[in-house]
Design a protein around this ligand. Structure first.
Ligand code: IPE
Ligand code: IPE
Ligand code: MG
Length: 237
């Protein structure tokens, strides 16, 4: 696989945790717990393959509508991951960032996020963006508010949460649904969309390899014709 056929940025909707647990007659939250393992696999395998950025959707703006005990389990799981995983990410030179409206999260969670972001800011192997209380519409709205306050209309994208990062080349959604569910609405404009029926806790290196192989076969045209793209890609630089 040539370097260009490896996506620089992969955005992942990790869906299917609840169904994974229900199939095993377990409470839904058991699926969320198991899902953390799949995130570890994704980070390790992505970083080995030279992916520069990974964005994982952990909790959407709309997920507050779930039963209160599921919401608090998810928040605790995130807090525990912040306590237990950050050192390991740091030693693997992973830069850790949280995207989303963190203002409503607990004080301890917010301070651990700040510490983790500061600790890992200079790491360059892989950038891991965890989307928590994130919604694509929220991101556009907060960016409009910031741009208006700054009195600037040019370079609007600098106010979005992903400013400075390449747009995702590849989007992966597990769990069988073919929808975006308010994820990265602005940034997905030209992303290749890969949908998998695998439930998130079962996501493994083989499934990542399938997504990457599928991606490598796409012709990305960005509005041009296929002929134009093929001529450009064979022109020596
Ligand atoms: C995705 O799994 C994780 C979150 C939304 C937090 P789900 O919990 O949505 O699992 P399903 O879709 O109900 O199976
Ligand atoms: C999307 O999954 C959000 C996350 C994976 C965090 P959902 O399960 O919330 O999406 P819908 O409700 O099925 O569209
Ligand atoms: Mg779901």
């Amino acid at each position: 696989m040539s370097a260009a056929s490896v996506p620089r940025h992969i955005a992942v909707v990790m869906d299917g945790n609840g169904r994974w647990a229900q199939k095993r007659f377990l409470p839904r939250v058991a699926g969320h717990k198991q899902g953390v393992e799949a995130v570890r696999t994704l980070i390790r395998a992505g970083s080995e393959r030279g992916v520069e950025a990974l964005t994982v959707f952990a909790f959407s703006s709309e997920n507050w509508q779930r039963p209160a005990d599921e919401v608090s389990f998810l928040m605790d799981l995130f807090l525990r991951a912040l306590r237990e995983e950050v050192q390991k990410l740091h030693s693997n030179s992973v830069r850790f960032r949280v995207v989303g409206d963190v203002s409503v999260l607990g004080a301890e969670t917010r301070s651990l996020i700040e510490e983790a972001e500061a600790l890992t800011a200079a790491n360059s192997r892989l950038c891991l963006n965890v989307a928590v209380n994130y919604g694509g519409r929220w991101d556009i709205e907060q960016a409009v508010a910031k741009a208006t306050a700054a009195g600037e209309s040019a370079a609007f994208a600098q106010w979005l949460s992903f400013a400075g990062q390449p747009d995702p080349d590849l989007f992966i959604r597990t769990g069988g649904e073919r929808r975006v569910s308010n994820f990265m609405l602005w940034q997905l404009a030209y992303t290749e969309l890969f949908f998998s029926d695998i439930l998130w806790p079962d996501f493994d290196e083989a499934e990542l390899a399938s997504a990457l192989a599928w991606f490598a076969g796409r012709e990305r045209r960005f509005g041009k014709t296929g002929e134009q793209v093929r001529v450009l890609s064979t022109t020596p630089v």
